[in-house]
Ligand binder design. Structure first.
Ligand code: NAD
Ligand code: UDX
Length: 434
């Protein structure tokens, strides 16, 4: 089998490398010459654990290559996956489909034989039909099928998620596309992964419904955490007690400063807009979006309140600024809302993140970056944890306390044991714990 992956981002690069590992001949194509030149030189454009090794091995074995030349990528391919971005469109909250439609048109024009165009990007219901219309318009004579194959991987555990998914969803319209996609995913049949073959519309909606449900689950536990703080209950025990009910499940019940990332914020918004347009508004999702937005600002207020009457000039160490651990992705990270508010109040913010590649340019210039967690906390009046990188869990409370000037800790990811932090002399607060 031979495929092309259009887009060498978090999804395209990981999916391309994983398909190559499955034994497929993969060409990853991107319009960004720097990304492709870097990949030719063995440099990953993103941080994703294990990706550099997986890419290097498959390049070495001749199954994975990179190009900026679309025709070269599409030539002889059985399927071409579109893994380009679908960011929020300015002004109305819908998904911006410019990149998807442009890529679909270019691929259709370059097709040199029977081909399946597979949308892996997260796209609103109806997009697959529009891609079919584009294909018919530019290449009415060509044998081109259109399919949907939404991706459910998480950043930070992307390779494991791709290789061992809970399910594979394929939205198909014809036998040929079904056969090609089932062959590509054959290694997953060995581990008995359910493969759902559904219509284009259903596949597109499954992806948004899943993301919106997870975002709502997180938002629910965040609000329960707020109530826990008022009544002296422990949100982790509440989550465990709820989650042990098989109908609820234990995952995605970890409270925090609000969900972020490249998917949940934009996908909940796009789903809400689509539903409104069809006269079937999903009020639960609209509320989730509003509650999550407000939460990020409330976290900044919480930090400022903890600093007391004069936050201006105080030094606050912030550990972790990416939207989650094990990624360098800053898209819609809670830090993008929280840190500017601290800076605006005159706070001297000293941040540390293990993967700061995109952090400096995403955050206000006034944010100082330290080279280690201990360097960030040196002389700080207060310490805030925004992302639960594992290395922060291991920091000894006594060492932190002696390095800091003040004793305020706001642990917005609940990485530390409250009793141990209080024993070290901290005024410690976390999310939803007494
Ligand atoms: P990304 O921004 O990291 O990568 C997109 C890439 O596409 C960029 O490198 C860009 O240069 C390239 N591109 C744009 N137009 C192109 C064209 N015409 N031809 C070739 N390359 C082109 O995006 P991402 O995070 O990988 O997300 C891609 C899609 O996958 C989105 O729809 C997203 O919602 C979805 N998704 C993302 C994740 C995730 O964790 N990031 C998970 C599941 C699904
Ligand atoms: C998400 C989906 O999980 C994945 O299936 C989809 O393909 C892309 O979007 P990702 O954004 O990479 O993946 O990470 P995820 O682990 O889902 O976390 C998203 C946000 O929710 C992060 O900000 C994270 O900190 C937050 N989160 C997650 C919580 O606050 N609590 C939780 O219990 C889980």
């Amino acid at each position: 089998m031979r495929i092309a992956m259009i887009g060498a981002g978090y999804v395209g690069l990981v999916s391309g490398a994983c398909f190559a590992e499955f034994g497929v001949d993969v060409t990853v194509m991107d319009v960004d010459p720097d990304k492709i030149a870097g990949l030719h030189a063995g440099r990953m454009p993103i941080y994703e654990p294990g990706l550099d090794k997986l890419v290097a091995e498959n390049v070495r074995d001749g199954r994975l290559s990179f190009t900026t030349d679309l025709s070269e990528a599409v030539k002889g391919a059985d399927a071409v996956f579109l893994a380009v971005g679908t960011p929020t469109r300015r002004g109305d909250g819908h998904a911006d489909l410019t990149y998807v439609y442009a890529a679909a048109e270019q691929v259709a024009k370059a097709a040199d034989g029977p081909l399946v165009i597979v949308t892996k990007s997260t796209v609103p219901v109806g997009t697959g039909r529009e891609v079919q219309a584009i294909v018919r318009r530019v290449r009415p004579e060509a044998q081109i099928s259109v399919a949907s194959n939404p991706e459910f991987l998480r950043e930070g555990s992307a390779i494991g998620d791709f290789m061992r998914p809970d399910r594979v969803v394929i939205g198909v319209d014809d036998e040929h596309a079904t056969t090609v996609l089932r062959r590509l995913y054959r290694p997953l049949y060995l581990i008995e992964t359910p493969v759902l073959a559904v219509s284009l519309e259903t596949a597109e909606l499954i992806k948004y419904a899943a993301n919106a449900f997870l975002a709502t689950k997180i938002t629910f536990i965040n609000e329960i955490a707020d109530l826990c703080e008022k009544v002296g209950a422990d949100v982790h025990d509440v989550a465990r007690g709820m989650g042990l009910d098989g109908r609820i499940g234990r995952k995605f019940l970890h409270p925090g400063p609000g969900y972020g990332g490249s998917c949940f914020p934009k996908d909940t918004l796009a789903l809400a807009r689509t539903a409104q347009d069809h006269g079937a508004p999903i009020r639960l999702v609209e509320t989730t979006i509003a509650v999550n937005e407000a939460r990020k600002a409330q976290m900044a207020d919480r930090i400022l309140a903890a600093l007391g009457d004069g936050p201006a000039g105080k030094r606050v160490a912030v550990l972790g600024v990416t939207f989650k651990p094990e990624t360098d992705d800053m898209r819609d990270a809670p830090s993008l809302v929280i840190l500017p508010k601290l800076v605006a109040a005159g706070v001297h913010v000293v941040a540390f993140d293990p993967q700061p590649a995109h952090a400096r340019q995403a955050l206000p210039a006034a944010v100082e970056f330290a080279g280690s967690a201990m360097a960030a906390v040196q002389g700080a009046d207060a310490l805030v944890v925004l992302t639960e990188w594992n290395e922060f869990r291991a920091l000894p409370p006594d060492r932190l306390k002696s390095a800091m000037k003040g004793g305020i800790v706001l642990d917005l990811r609940n990485v530390w044991d409250p009793a141990a932090m209080r024993a070290a002399g901290f005024t410690y607060s976390s999310i939803g714990r007494p």
